[in-house]
Design a binder for this molecule. Structure first.
Ligand code: GLN
Length: 305
């Protein structure tokens, strides 16, 4: 991988470009339907700082649920192990916006990456920060090295107008007492957080701290090594909703997807990679993105297994 990683990315991109994309763009957030479905990009950033991209890797897109890894990392940094009293660490085996298991689990979401869990994480951040929206943005700006990064009002407003399932989830969890703040405030932060836009290049750079024992490429310590280990374990077991097993089986890396068609994956002590193709498979994960990552780990022989 060391010297030929660019060729591996180039070939995987070419091969994934040729497949018949059977995916469908997400339309339940009206603004996401306006994206060109043919966009396709990939970018890898290694922990030594070298990086390489192909296709539309410099174009910004809506990162959606990928942000849930960053919000979890901040909440975990603040609360430590106490956090797991509010959210569990088990795969859900259900769709990302499912309400099903909340009833039996008395309002404790199965994990922080399904919508229910990410909404509880937003509640934790609101309770523990002065102005959660401002401070979370500052945290992501620091990680990404993008001082002008900001929420997209267009995307957030589009989801605020149509996000009935998330409203239901938040109110349902509140009924069990696992949301401490006003549901409207929690949801407002949740929708803003999901509206962040980044390119594959920016995302792969941002996520290197999780491949680099908790340090940014500039050497700034963000998270303890042991906490990184746990977040990577959650990405592996829960990062792709009811397709997490399949991703581990085919790709073999910790990762996280979003309905904007982005996927981030990482190989500890080596690299973080981001891919974007907006058409999604029935599980809500990028159809071509999954294919490309499978090619990369197959040809590099780099999987954590
Ligand atoms: N904002 C989206 C939602 O709450 C995020 C879902 C996703 O990316 N899977 O439905």
């Amino acid at each position: 991988m060391e010297s030929n990683y660019k060729n591996i990315i180039k070939n995987a991109y070419k091969s994934a470009s040729l497949i018949k994309d059977e995916g469908k763009i997400a339309t339940y957030i009206p603004e996401l339907a306006n994206v060109n479905p043919e966009m396709f990009g990939v970018h890898i950033t290694k922990t030594d700082g070298t990086n390489y991209g192909e296709g539309n890797n410099l174009e910004k897109f809506s990162i959606q649920s990928i942000v849930k890894v960053l919000s979890l990392s901040l909440a975990y940094k603040i609360l430590g192990e106490q956090l797991w009293e509010r959210v569990d660490v088990e795969p859900s085996g259900a769709k990302f916006d499912s309400l099903l298991l909340l009833e039996t689990n008395k309002g404790i979401p199965r994990n922080p990456f399904i919508n229910a869990g990410a909404i509880v994480i937003c509640d934790v951040l609101i309770s523990n920060l002065g102005d959660a929206k401002v401070e979370f943005l500052a945290y992501v700006r620091e990680l990404s090295g993008l001082p002008t990064l900001t929420y997209s009002d267009k995307i957030a407003d589009s989801e605020k107008a149509t996000g009935y399932r998330n409203v239901a989830l938040c109110n349902f969890i509140k009924s069990f007492g696992n949301i401490k703040n006003e549901p409207s405030e929690v949801l407002d932060f949740y929708f803003d957080m999901c509206s962040l836009e980044m390119s594959c290049k920016e995302l792969s750079y941002t996520f290197t701290f999780l491949a680099n024992k908790g340090k940014t490429l500039e050497g700034k310590k963000i998270l303890k090594k042991s906490k990184c280990k746990r977040i990577n374990a959650l990405m592996l077991t829960c990062g792709f909703y009811d397709e997490s097993g399949e991703f581990a089986f085919k790709v073999g890396l910790p990762g996280k997807s979003g309905v904007g068609g982005g996927i981030v994956a990482l190989y500890p002590n080596n690299f973080a990679i981001a891919v974007w193709s907006p058409k999604l498979n029935p599980h809500g994960n990028s159809y071509k993105g999954m294919h490309l990552l499978e090619e990369v780990t197959t040809h590099s022989e780099l999987s954590i297994f």
